[in-house]
Write a protein that binds this ligand. Structure first.
Ligand SMILES: [Zn+2]
Length: 232
């Protein structure tokens, strides 16, 4: 804090008054709450006996279920060459084919289906519409959890699909990714016109992924359907 700022506060100014000039307080609040607003905060926790309590803290989940191994490094911005030369605007978590993929933050399924870059992918929008979660390269033949469809409301901790190595093909259901992994991305949407444009804002989520690893969803496999379900 500069001497001038301290002087201004002592002489009766405050953060709100200074925000437009020195701090840009409201700007930073908008940016940080857009990125983190749905991940940390107040949430309802269901106890083992079904009782509900209000908690405060991390309310989002790691995209990889508990008990499933993965490896990672910070690969945001690395160059990619399939299709056209571009930057890697997400984070890769190397894991086995079939690893249950978990919904990070509650929201609505906005798109599913094939994309030549992401293969079988799923896009989920947060309830406040500010965050768009993109999960890609899901499993060949059976990429999604059985009751996933566009418009479906999903909760943090739900199983939404399975890791695989689909993508890098204009043809559907093709395994052209060499090493199985989940690619996930987080796009901030401040204005709808910017969502699918040259001005998309994809943020570096390496640190967020580390934070999310503090909370992993426990899952169980239904032996008949072979589908995984959260243990809630
Ligand atoms: Zn990736």
């Amino acid at each position: 804090m500069t001497q001038l700022t301290i002087y201004k506060i002592k002489s009766g100014s405050n953060i709100e008054k200074l925000s437009g000039k020195l701090y840009k307080f409201s700007y930073y609040r908008n940016v940080y709450s857009a990125a983190l607003g749905g991940l940390v905060g107040e949430y309802e926790k269901t106890g083992q006996n079904g009782s509900k309590t209000k908690e405060y803290g991390l309310k989002a989940y790691s995209p990889v279920a508990a008990g499933f191994a993965y490896s990672e490094y910070d690969d945001f911005g690395a160059s990619r060459s399939y299709g056209y030369k571009r930057r890697h605007l997400g984070h890769d978590m190397l894991c086995e084919v079939g690893t249950p993929i978990i919904c990070i933050e509650e929201g609505t399924v906005e798109c599913i289906g094939w994309n030549q870059y992401g293969g079988w992918r799923i896009g989920i929008r947060s309830n406040d519409k500010k965050r768009y979660y993109y999960y890609a390269h899901l499993r060949k033949n059976r990429p999604y959890h059985t009751d996933i469809y566009v418009g479906k409301k999903v909760s943090a901790g739900d199983v939404i699909g399975y890791a695989g190595r689909t993508g890098y093909s204009a043809k559907e259901n093709v395994n052209n990714i060499e090493i199985p992994h989940l690619h996930w991305g987080l796009e901030l949407v401040f204005d709808e016109s910017q969502k699918e444009s040259d001005n998309e804002i994809w943020i570096d989520i390496y640190a967020i992924t580390k934070l999310l690893s503090e909370q992993k969803a426990e899952v169980r496999r239904d032996p008949l359907s072979k589908e995984f379900y959260p243990v809630k």
